[in-house]
Design a protein around this ligand. Structure first.
Ligand SMILES: CC(C)(COP(=O)(O)OP(=O)(O)OC[C@H]1O[C@@H](n2cnc3c(N)ncnc32)[C@H](O)[C@@H]1OP(=O)(O)O)[C@@H](O)C(=O)NCCC(=O)NCCS
Length: 251
């Protein structure tokens, strides 16, 4: 696998690169996903840049540009499926509650991996996951938990995630390229997280976010969405739940 030389830094070490996280996010997620999450992760997100700066990573090319950025927070996880956070908001609220109560974390919980567009397709994504595993190890944590957003699921929005997550290619590896990266690194698929984000908005807002028209109530296949967006013209509301799959890396 072609790998370019890079160094890994925490945001604490490279505060001058803070804007790269936002820039990569802009280029990584469909516009509708970058709107207000009704489950409330937005309340906690700014703390990633302050309280949690030691856990946000940047992979920096030897020549200077940022190759990738990762978001994660440490939390205490009992090791059971029932104790997995149900949403991005809950990951952040759990980490915050543990931090404030002085409860020692035992797991690093990933929030996002973003590869700079021009560095994609060059085998850098395992390096970004590896950087999070190494960070967890440095801090004495025993697990990296990842709510994985399967990259290729948007091509199969009508398939339930429970089935999609188990689709395999001819080699017997996960069909989805991003689930496959984690699986190849030894991660285990734990469960489906059906609603990690909940995006709601008026029909006009959804039309703006998607460059589509929604003339009727019903379910719509929308580019970048992992399952249909549900439009209710009477209530003037569009609603989308972003499903992920939980994967666990031993550290
Ligand atoms: C998902 C993401 C991190 C993957 O990184 P990447 O640089 O694109 O992928 P890599 O080059 O590391 O390759 C990973 C796998 O995807 C495959 N792949 C890469 N580009 C591909 C393409 N255009 N089409 C099909 N497969 C592709 C690779 O072959 C590899 O699989 P393999 O190891 O079985 O060969 C990156 O595309 C990204 O940042 N996307 C936007 C944000 C996102 O979705 N993040 C993940 C959710 S948190």
């Amino acid at each position: 696998m072609a790998r370019m030389p890079f160094k890994t830094f925490t945001l604490r070490e490279r505060p001058d690169r803070e804007d790269d996280f936002e820039r990569l996010a802009e280029a990584s997620w469909p516009r509708f996903l970058r709107q207000h999450d009704a489950l409330g992760y937005g309340r906690y997100w700014p703390s990633l840049y302050t309280t949690w700066a030691d856990w946000q990573l940047l992979l920096v090319d030897a020549m200077g540009p940022t190759i990738a950025a990762t978001h994660a927070v440490p939390l205490h996880w009992k090791g059971t499926a029932e104790d997995l956070p149900s949403s991005i908001a809950e990951i952040l609220s759990r980490a915050t509650a543990d931090h404030e109560s002085g409860r020692a974390p035992n797991a690093l919980c990933a929030l996002a991996v973003m590869i700079e567009a021009r560095f994609r397709g060059q085998g850098m994504s395992p390096a970004a996951v590896r950087a999070m595993v190494d960070l967890a190890r440095t801090h004495g944590l025993t697990t990296l938990l990842a709510p994985v957003r399967p990259s290729d699921k948007s091509a199969y929005p009508l398939t339930p995630m429970e089935r999609y997550a188990h689709w395999e290619n001819d080699d017997g590896l996960p069909l989805d390229r991003w689930i496959r990266v984690h699986a190849r690194m030894g991660a285990e698929l734990l469960s489906v997280a059906p609603r990690t984000l909940l995006i709601t908005g008026s029909v006009a807002e959804w039309e703006h976010w998607t460059d589509m028209r929604f003339p009727d109530s019903g379910s719509y296949v929308v580019p970048g969405a992992l399952q249909p967006v549900v439009i209710d013209k009477t209530a003037d509301e569009g609603r989308y739940e972003d499903p992920n799959v939980w994967m666990r890396h031993a550290v």
